[in-house]
Design a protein. Structure first.
Length: 362
């Protein structure tokens, strides 16, 4: 054995025992050398593979792209070229092969394009199955959200129409009864007044529950007015100032997007109350090209480390699921002591109303 053979022996052993197939390809696309792993990857014996053009094994639909990549590799010495192409296995099936080629024609000891072949068929199948599974989960999430909103709407109407009407009739009856009572004894009239006060309280509770389940303003006046209403409720309930700025330029957002964005605002405001310790919140609705942008920012303490794995993260996960189902993106930026900003962007599918929404600053 020569000294040169001794030097190259370890490298030859690495190549011959690699799970990837390694081949040296001439400028005319024929193979001058292939490692034994070509049998494992593509099924061919070495004498069936070496000496033939690499394009003989490539799927017809991938040929044009493969020829272009090969030409690019010849023009780019030392630059790795990566591609996934379908290659015919010896058993007649098509396998998805990841090829990494490097032009080494300028190396006097190689003078070839060095190509690694790796069968990624099973990996791609697993990736597609995972992608399909995620899409099914998103579809399920969309279905659950739609069913939840439908059920909320139904319950809201039943509370408002059935229970609210019955309480109103009961209030009228008790009111007539109180008027019909004699001036004496006063105790009876006091009891009737107390009952009326209780009914008034129940009516307010019914209205609040109905509105909380599904705000009527969202269905009748649209997204912007619904968010304004939510901001007023938020300020009244928490004492935290909530400003709104809307520049949608007369765009009517479709009902599904309106509902999801409204719920995102609700969840964001809930997180502010639970975690932010803020004194002010700012909500912005903007139109940018074909997208609708929603921003909710506060001047609170920022997202704390202990919140990352608790309710805050669950709420943010729900926001991400809603927005991803609409084909949108969610960005969250937070600095300790400097507040948090939630930025949502979704494709805008809407019709022009011809009416411009004036910016509203509160």
């Amino acid at each position: 054995m020569s000294l040169e053979d001794e030097r190259t022996l370890p490298y030859r052993a690495i190549v011959e025992n690699s799970l990837d197939a390694v081949a040296l390809i001439r400028q005319d696309s024929t193979t001058s050398f292939a490692s034994a792993s070509v049998t494992r990857v593509l099924g061919y014996r070495l004498e069936e593979f070496v000496g033939r053009s690499i394009f003989e094994f490539i799927h017809p639909d991938d040929l044009e792209r493969s020829r272009k990549l090969f030409a690019d590799a010849l023009d780019s010495p030392g630059k790795p070229i990566v591609a996934e192409v379908r290659c015919r296995h010896r058993d007649g099936s098509w396998r998805l092969i990841e090829v990494v080629g490097v032009n080494r024609f300028d190396d006097p000891e190689v003078r070839a394009l060095v190509a690694n072949y790796r069968d990624v068929t099973h990996r791609k199948i697993a990736e597609e199955e995972l992608k399909e599974s995620r899409e099914q989960l998103r579809n399920l999430s969309r279905h659950i959200n739609a069913a939840r909103e439908e059920e909320r709407t139904r319950i809201s109407r039943e509370i408002h129409d059935e229970l609210g009407q019955k309480l109103t009739v009961l209030k009228m009856s008790v009111s007539r009864l109180r008027q019909a009572l004699p001036r004496e004894p006063e105790a009876l009239r006091s009891s009737a007044s107390a009952i009326l006060e209780s009914i008034d309280g129940l009516l307010r509770t019914v209205r609040d529950l109905s509105t909380e389940l599904r705000p009527v303003v969202l269905d009748h006046l649209g997204l912007v007015e619904a968010i304004k209403w939510q901001a007023r409720q938020f300020e009244s309930r928490t004492g935290i100032a909530c400003g709104i700025r809307s520049r949608l330029d007369g765009v009517a957002v479709d009902p599904n997007r309106s509902t999801d964005l409204f719920r995102v605002v609700q969840e964001a405001l809930t997180n502010v109350v639970r975690h932010a310790r803020a004194t002010r919140v700012q909500i912005q609705l903007l139109r940018e090209a074909g997208d609708l942008l929603l921003e909710v920012s506060d001047n609170g303490q920022g997202i704390q480390q202990e919140d990352g794995s608790r309710q805050a993260s669950l709420g943010l996960l729900g926001i991400r699921e809603r927005i991803q189902a609409l084909g949108g993106t969610v960005e969250i930026s937070s600095t300790s002591g400097s507040g948090t900003r939630l930025r949502v962007r979704i494709p805008l599918v809407a019709k022009e109303t011809g009416h411009e929404e004036d910016p509203d600053r509160r």
